[in-house]
Write a protein that binds this ligand. Structure first.
Ligand SMILES: Nc1ncnc2c1ncn2[C@@H]1O[C@H](COP(=O)(O)OP(=O)(O)O)[C@@H](O)[C@H]1O
Ligand SMILES: [Mg+2]
Length: 373
C-alpha cells in the first residue's frame, strides 16, 4: 500500500473526507485510523497546541492515554522544528495549517520508519491539519457568538432591572416624604408604587424563569373572574393615562378551573401589555379581555385590541424568544413565555391579526388540567 502514486491519490481522496467531517473527535479518530492503514504502527499519540504553544495530549490510538516523558520532549522538538522526522522507531509529523503549527502526531513501532513513510505521513498530516483548523475556527466562532448572545441578553436584563429599580426608588422617596411630612397621601401613593414594583419584579422573574428548561407550573384551583378583576385593577390607572378603554368580561357563575393562577395572570397581563404598546395615538383605543366557558371540558380567554395589528412576518415569528419589534423597550420574551405557559396547561394559543385593524389572541384551556409529573 506504500506505492507513491497510489498513496498520493489516496491522500487526496481521504483529504476530501477529512474536510467533510464536522466533529473534531470523529476527525481525529479517522485521521489516526487512516495513517495506520498506510503506515503500520503499534501506537499513536496526537498532541494539540494552544495559542501559547503549549502542547497537550489530545488523543491516542492503540495505547492508554499517557505518553512517556522522552516522547513528549521529542514531540515538542518536532513541533518547534515544524518538519516531519523519523527518529529511530518513532515517527513525528507536525500538524501545520495556514502556516501555523497546531500540534504534532507521533507513531511508534518496533521497526524503523522509512523515508517514504515519512513523506506519506506528512501528506496525510497536512490534509488533516487543514480540516482540523477549520473545525477549530468554527468552534471559536460559535464561542464568540455565544458570548455575544450572552452579552446581549445581560444588557437586556440589566435594562429591565434598572426600570424596576427606578420605580422602587421612586416609591421609597414617596414613602419617606410621607413619613417626614406626616402626609397620608404621599404615604399611600408610595405604598401603591411599591406594590407595583413588586409586581413588576414578579413579572420579570416569570419571564426569565419561563426561559429555563425546568420551568414548572404550580397547579391549584383558579377563580377566573377574580383573575380578570385583578387585571382590571392593576391596569386601570395605565388605561386612564393612555386613554385606552378597557373592557373586561367574565361569564357569571364561572366554574372553578385548575391551573397555575400566577402564570395565567402573567400570561393575560403580557397580552394586554402588548396591546397597550401597539397603540399609537388611537382616537378610540380599546382592549377587551373576555373569559368564557366553552363546554364541560374547556374554557377560553381572549384578549382583543383595535391597535396596529401585525404583518405576516411578525405574526410568524411572534413566539420566538428574543423576537421583538420594540428595540430597547422590548425583551421579546413575553409571548414566548405566554405560549409556553399555555402549552404546559395543555392548551392552545392562536392569533388573528390584521395590520391597521387589530389583534386577537385566543387561549383555549382545559378546565381540569392534570399536571404531569
Ligand atoms: N397586540 C399586539 N399588536 C401588535 N403587535 C403585537 C401585539 N402583541 C405582540 N406583538 C408583536 O409581537 C412582538 C413580540 O412580543 P413579546 O414577545 O411580548 O415581546 P416584546 O413585547 O418584548 O416586544 C412584539 O414586539 C410586537 O411586534
Ligand atoms: Mg411583550
Amino acid at each position: 500500500m506504500t506505492n507513491p502514486a497510489e498513496s498520493g491519490k489516496a491522500t487526496h481522496e481521504i483529504g476530501r473526507i477529512y474536510d467533510a467531517i464536522s466533529d473534531k473527535n470523529v476527525l481525529i479518530d479517522f485521521f489516526l485510523q487512516t495513517v495506520l492503514q498506510f503506515i503500520p504502527s503499534s501506537r499513536g499519540y496526537l498532541f494539540l497546541a494552544g495559542p501559547d504553544r503549549r502542547l497537550w495530549l489530545e488523543s491516542v490510538i492503540l495505547t492508554a492515554k499517557e505518553a512517556p516523558d522522552d516522547l513528549i520532549a521529542a514531540a515538542r522538538g518536532a513541533f518547534e522544528e515544524g518538519k516531519p522526522s523519523a527518529k529511530g522507531t518513532r515517527l513525528f509529523l507536525p500538524l501545520i495549517a495556514r502556516n501555523s503549527s497546531i500540534g504534532v502526531v507521533c507513531f511508534e513501532r518496533d521497526k524503523e520508519f522509512t523515508p517514504e513513510e515519512v513523506g506519506i505521513g506528512f501528506n496525510f498530516a497536512s490534509e488533516f491539519s487543514g480540516a482540523l483548523k477549520n473545525i477549530l475556527l468554527f468552534e471559536e466562532n460559535i464561542k464568540m457568538e455565544r458570548l455575544a448572545a450572552i452579552g446581549q441578553t445581560m444588557a437586556m436584563l440589566v435594562h429591565e432591572i434598572k426600570n424596576i429599580l427606578q420605580l422602587a426608588k421612586f416609591s421609597d422617596e414617596m414613602i419617606r416624604m410621607g413619613i417626614r411630612e406626616h402626609n397620608e397621601k404621599f404615604l399611600s401613593r408610595g405604598m401603591e408604587k411599591l406594590g407595583k414594583t413588586l409586581k413588576d419584579m414578579d413579572g420579570f422573574i416569570w419571564e426569565v424563569a419561563g426561559l429555563s428548561k425546568d420551568y414548572q407550573l404550580e397547579p391549584e384551583a383558579v377563580n377566573v373572574p377574580a383573575l380578570v378583576e385583578e387585571l382590571r385593577r392593576d391596569l386601570s390607572e395605565r388605561a386612564e393615562a393612555c386613554q385606552v378603554k378597557l373592557e373586561f368580561e367574565a361569564e357569571e357563575n364561572f366554574p372553578e378551573v385548575r391551573g397555575d393562577s400566577r402564570s395565567l395572570y402573567r400570561a393575560l397581563l403580557n397580552l394586554v401589555k402588548n396591546a397597550f404598546e401597539a397603540f399609537k395615538n388611537h382616537p378610540s383605543a380599546r382592549i377587551k379581555v373576555h373569559a368564557r366557558v366553552l363546554d364541560q371540558e374547556r374554557y377560553e380567554l381572549t384578549v382583543e385590541d383595535n391597535a396596529s395589528g401585525m404583518s405576516d412576518e411578525v405574526k410568524a415569528r411572534l413566539f420566538e424568544e428574543f423576537f421583538s419589534t420594540k428595540g430597547k423597550r422590548g425583551t421579546g420574551l413575553g409571548l414566548m413565555v405566554v405560549s409556553r405557559t399555555v402549552k404546559m396547561h395543555q392548551g392552545t394559543i392562536t392569533v388573528e391579526s390584521k395590520p391597521g385593524t387589530g389583534t386577537k389572541f385566543t387561549l383555549n384551556l382545559p378546565r381540569n388540567f392534570a399536571s404531569r409529573k
